[in-house]
Ligand binder design. Structure first.
Ligand SMILES: Cc1ncc(COP(=O)(O)O)c(C=O)c1O
Length: 480
């Protein structure tokens, strides 16, 4: 596809700008550019076609199956969009006086109460803009807690299992801690003995996802959180996988002190293009005084903003990604007390259905029943046929299916991680299983074909390392 600059023709870019109806202001000449910007010049129809063609090159949940493990790419009901587009929500300003935005404040307040109930927490902030940002905020809560007890100098370590999402150790370091990685046991859970060896007077806390990134619920969870608490540390729950347990089990009841949830996954906001996301953080009452500023409270039916007594300050401008919160509230209210647990049941059922069908062909390194996602190990297939996880993922594109997460979690070397989500029908799951089974057969019959896959796409195997290391982010004009 040609770029806009390549489609541009001089003189074609006539555009109608309304006549200026305010007095002109003479800018400082030092701020003026010396030549006109080289903007592409095109007719409106060509511009429209360009962007329409571009939109057809993209792939989203609305195009087809998107089983990207750990990302919960589920269908986002249209009603959420309708609610978040209401003029009363989009045409307000964050600096408006509280009495003029009572509805918006109530959205923040009600969503906080509902997510606190779902996670078993006492208080929340809606400020963090994504999951990793929530992790960082939660760790700052833990930091503040140790600081006020005069133990921060001593409690410098955060324990993170080796199956953790990469953002966990990164957030711990950003928050000023060092990371102690502990191994998983053969069943994929936390190695209890390794945890007991790791905790001590230097433990600030533990970060854990449950179910973890292998899609497994840790049956020792109560003992894990007790071990950390007995050592004087706090427990942080990475709630990015809450889609597996919402309405069934609560991090607060598992012994966690604080948690973030990804509204852009579990609570149904479109994501994947870099945002906007939202990673609200919840905590137990004893951590609430440290929460970020600008929380909402209600008194006699009136909503107002306040700063917690020992607030850590702001972690983001204003109140977070407000319209994502509107979508989450709409989603929770439309599903209700009955629908929330049904959604997680569906997510777990769909993952187990696919896992069972595929386990006749592919190796499941953790064959016990999974939660909302499962990991396949392509290692044995590679040893037999030379076809690796990348080849299988690339070939799926020819079947119109978005590839699963690849090479993650790191503890399974040729991992493909599949998360079907609850919003897919049995027909869709069967079609994906059929495609993966056919790919397994092709791996045995014509492996070379898989090394060259995808066979039907314009872009096949770009050099992703080069693209990341030397990105070309601006158009290079041909000066001749
Ligand atoms: C388990 C887990 N934790 C944390 C995150 C980070 O969330 P975000 O991408 O919103 O920063 C993710 C995202 O994929 C995740 O899967």
């Amino acid at each position: 596809m040609k770029l806009l600059f390549e489609e541009s023709r001089p003189g074609r870019g006539e555009c109608l700008i309304p006549v200026c109806d305010v007095p002109e202001y003479a800018l400082d000449p030092a701020c003026l550019r010396s030549s006109a910007p080289r903007l592409p010049e095109m007719a409106e129809v060509d511009l429209d076609r360009h962007y329409t063609a571009l939109s057809k090159e993209t792939y989203g949940v609305n195009c087809g199956f998107y089983p990207l493990g750990s990302c919960t790419m589920k269908y986002n009901p249209r009603v959420n969009e309708a609610a978040s587009s209401l003029p009363g929500f989009v045409q307000i300003h964050p600096l408006q006086p509280a009495e003029t935005v009572q509805g918006a404040l109530r959205v923040l307040y009600d969503t906080e109460k509902l997510i606190a109930e779902i996670t078993g927490m006492d208080a929340m902030t809606m400020q963090p803009a994504a999951g990793a940002h929530g992790e960082y905020t939660g760790l700052l809560l833990i930091r503040k807690y140790h600081e006020t007890r005069g133990e921060l100098a001593q409690r410098t370590k955060i324990i993170v299992p080796d199956s953790a999402h990469g953002t966990n150790p990164a957030s711990a370091v950003m928050a000023g801690f060092s990371v102690v990685s502990i191994p998983s046991n053969p069943e994929g859970g936390v190695d209890l003995q390794a945890l007991k060896n790791a905790v001590g007077p230097d433990t600030a806390g533990l970060m854990l996802t449950n179910p973890n990134t292998l899609g497994l619920f840790d049956p020792n969870i109560l003992e894990i959180t007790k071990t950390v608490h007995e050592a004087g540390g706090l427990c942080y729950y990475d709630g990015a996988n809450l889609n597996a347990v919402m309405g069934q089990a609560r991090p607060g009841d598992m012994g966690f002190d604080c948690v973030h949830v990804n509204l852009h996954k579990t609570f149904s906001t479109p994501h994947g293009g870099g945002g906007p996301g939202s990673g609200p953080v919840g905590c137990k009452a004893f951590l609430a005084p440290f929460l970020p500023s600008s929380r909402v409270r209600e008194e006699n039916g009136k909503y107002s903003l306040f700063d917690p007594e020992q607030t850590m300050g702001r972690v983001r401008s204003f109140y977070g990604n407000f319209l994502v919160v509107v979508r989450a509230l709409t989603y929770i209210l439309t599903l209700g007390r009955k629908g929330i647990p049904e959604a997680s049941e569906g997510a777990v059922l769909n993952a187990n259905y696919m896992m069972k069908r595929l386990s006749e062909y592919y190796t499941m390194p953790y064959p016990q029943p999974c939660m909302h996602e499962f990991v396949m190990d392509i290692g044995p297939l590679k040893a037999e046929t030379g076809v690796n996880a990348m080849d299988v993922a690339k070939r799926l594109l020819d079947f119109g299916i978005h590839p699963p997460t690849m090479y993650f979690p790191l503890i399974v070397h040729e991992a493909l991680m599949i998360e079907p989500t609850e919003t897919e029908s049995q027909e869709t799951l069967d079609a994906a299983c059929d495609a993966l089974i056919q790919i397994w057969k092709e791996a045995h019959e014509q492996p070379e074909m898989l090394h060259a896959a995808p066979l039907t796409k314009t872009i096949t195997r770009p050099d992703d390392v080069l693209a990341a290391r030397k990105p070309i982010l601006k158009y290079l004009f041909d000066e001749n």
